[in-house]
Design a protein around this ligand. Sequence first.
Ligand code: GDG
Length: 462
Amino acid sequence: MKRLVVVSNRVADPGCAQALGGLAVCILDALRKRGGLWFGWNGEIVPDEAEPETTSVTFDDLTFATTPLTEREYRDYYLGFANAALWPVHHYRLDLARFAQEAIDGYRRVNDRFAETLAPMLKPNDLVWAHDYHLIPLGAGLRARGVRNRIGFFLHIPFPPPDVLVAMPEHEWLMSALVDYDLIGFQTRTDQANFCRFMCDFMGGEMIGPDVLRIGAREVTASVFPVGIDVDSFAAMAESPSAAKRIERLHRAGEPRINVIGVDRLDYTKGLPDRLRSFKRLLELYPQNCKAVTLMQIAPPTREDVQAYADIRHELEALSGEINGQFGDFDWTPVRYLHRRVDRDTLAALYRGSQVGLVTPLRDGMNLVAKEYVVAQDANNPGVLVLSRFAGAAEDLQEALIVNPYDADEVANAMQKAIQMPFAERKERHAALLERVRERDAYHWMDGFLRALAGCRVPMAA
Ligand code: GDG
């Protein structure tokens, strides 16, 4: 089996990969099995004057090679271009995108530095797998340094329609860099179709097979590999005696009789203000829910150095305060909003103790919370998933109640339907969802991608 080399913006700390969740665990597993190298940022930021050094630690056949970012790299590459330009553009939010030349230059420089550091570590037969929007030009950087290995790229976030993408300065440079990968993986058919349309309409590409594009002298395979979760370990967490104790405590707290749960990084793509407005509509349209239903929203902080994230936080605090002030009572708080990270076992217990899982992003690559909620349910008395049609997960999870997150009344009606759903229907929908989530778990995603990458034709000479 070929050695696997994973490159991602952040490298998981092997000590706390469990806390990071399914994907990190599953990638670590593959690296251990095949022997491998994981390369990327270690999360540290050093002063600009410092020379960022790469350090390696090896356990058995697995090496972690990590480097810090300088303050300037962090500002320009990570905050400036990746998170203030690429992230909003890829989530169809041109209104929030900020384009600055220093940021684009910083992004180019860090990708170049990563390629320069990684190239000499590669062996001829390694399979190289780069992850996500931070590293779009990494493959091109490696090719420029003579790397002939098979190199794959997986985009965890959506690929926007061409008309949105072309509004981004330097999109041609960025997209032409993708052509140096052998395999590009997307979460959904929509993302794959947007990408192929862009390559054909704007970059002179042509489809020469269902998933294969020819662009100039290069052939690139663009396929769909929906990300999944590690089903067995998450189910075990949700079914554990400690989870049962936590659920009991949740119910003993007196309120609520019915619990609706939302779990999202505090990100504007997750549609949190719209979700709160929908919950408010639920209380207005169906006042019998007052004193009976509580929305528990876990929203840990993220990317707080980007302005749009500070804005969304204020909006959310104002809205939850408004709803609690208007509808709450001495013995009932309609919205319980926690702006902090909770541990993974607690999450599993909260999902299991909630009759409704509310996953309503405005746009999302996949959304693993939807899958976690399904897996955490008690199959003999499952809750109901209300899912945005704009989450990648909706392509597969059609037995959820699929909603338009921009339409507060529609989401409120779906919540009400979920609350009142007869037992037989709940069970039937849940069984279908669970089967799908189980079928397409994290291992299925990873094996599918790596098999396709290994099967790609050896890159042509430049
Ligand atoms: C990107 C794409 C795609 C959340 N709060 C806490 C916590 N979480 C965990 C969840 C879940 C993960 O974080 C979030 O994953 P999502 O998929 O929902 O969203 P992103 O972070 O935006 O991930 C997304 C994903 O990449 C994978 O390809 O699905 O579309 O945007 O696992 O449970 N975990 C803990 N405490 C929290 O407070 N422990």
